[in-house]
Design a protein around this ligand. Structure first.
Ligand SMILES: *Cc1c(COP(=O)(O)O)cnc(C)c1O
Length: 223
């Protein structure tokens, strides 16, 4: 596999041509602890995992002060294992999950509300039309701070369609941030992966989540 440092540098430079300050989350779900360490040594400060087991495996050995992002669907019964280990949750999409976070978190958790902008049935997340009411109702949970919205691009190679989805998330995020809710500043957009991070950046992403194009994939089986 390619060394991470030059790839990280190249992606950082690409993103900086669009806007300063876009945060790169290295998605390490398909690589082991050694490759994750390499990412940290390359200067990466945000790491993303999508399964509780993968997160636990990394946390067992990695002691560096990095931010951990949980980017996968989180089962309610797994909240207790995950919620106090992470800095950001990217997949808040239902009140039952919010309720469990409220019960288990020992401090406030930065959350992204996941939105299914494209409406594809296979994707999790709220529809754009239900997102605002959902976020308003999170006010009752003081352990949750809504820092932004997260989405996955639709399954297509059509750049225009992908761009429209990212535009839609950004518009919705702005609409919510303009409400100035104290529990939901909602200033961030988490969008863009290996194949579409530049489009996401152009449409206003503040966090991109990059796996294969940055740290690679060690085994298909680990997905
Ligand atoms: C796996 C994953 C990514 C990274 O995907 P790549 O295509 O490997 O960059 C980003 N976000 C989520 C939610 C993921 O599950």
């Amino acid at each position: 596999m390619k060394p991470i440092k030059p790839v990280f540098k190249e992606i950082t430079e690409q993103l900086n041509t669009v806007r300063d300050g876009i945060q790169i989350i290295a998605v390490t779900k398909q690589v082991g602890v050694d490759r994750t360490q390499e990412a940290i040594h390359a200067g990466i400060r945000h790491l993303g995992e999508n399964r509780p087991e993968g997160l636990a495996q990394k946390l067992e050995t990695i002691v560096e002060d990095v931010s951990w992002h949980f980017i996968g669907n989180l089962q309610t019964r797994k909240v207790k294992d995950v919620i106090n280990e992470i800095d950001y949750l990217h997949s808040l999409d239902r009140l039952s999950l919010a309720k469990e976070i409220q019960k288990r978190a020992i401090r406030q958790v930065k959350c992204f509300v996941q939105v299914n902008v494209s409406g594809e049935e296979s994707k999790s997340g709220l529809s754009p039309s239900e997102t605002i009411d959902f976020i308003e109702s999170l006010k009752q949970y003081d352990k949750i701070q809504v820092v932004g919205l997260m989405t996955m691009a639709p399954n297509t190679t059509d750049e225009l369609v992908i761009r429209e989805a990212f535009k839609g998330l950004k518009l919705l995020q702005l609409q919510i941030s303009e409400k100035h809710w104290t529990h939901a500043p909602c200033t961030e957009c988490s969008m863009g992966m290996s194949n579409d991070y530049l489009i996401a950046a152009q449409e206003g992403a503040s966090f991109v989540r990059i796996g294969t194009a940055l740290v690679g994939s060690e085994s298909e089986a680990k997905q």
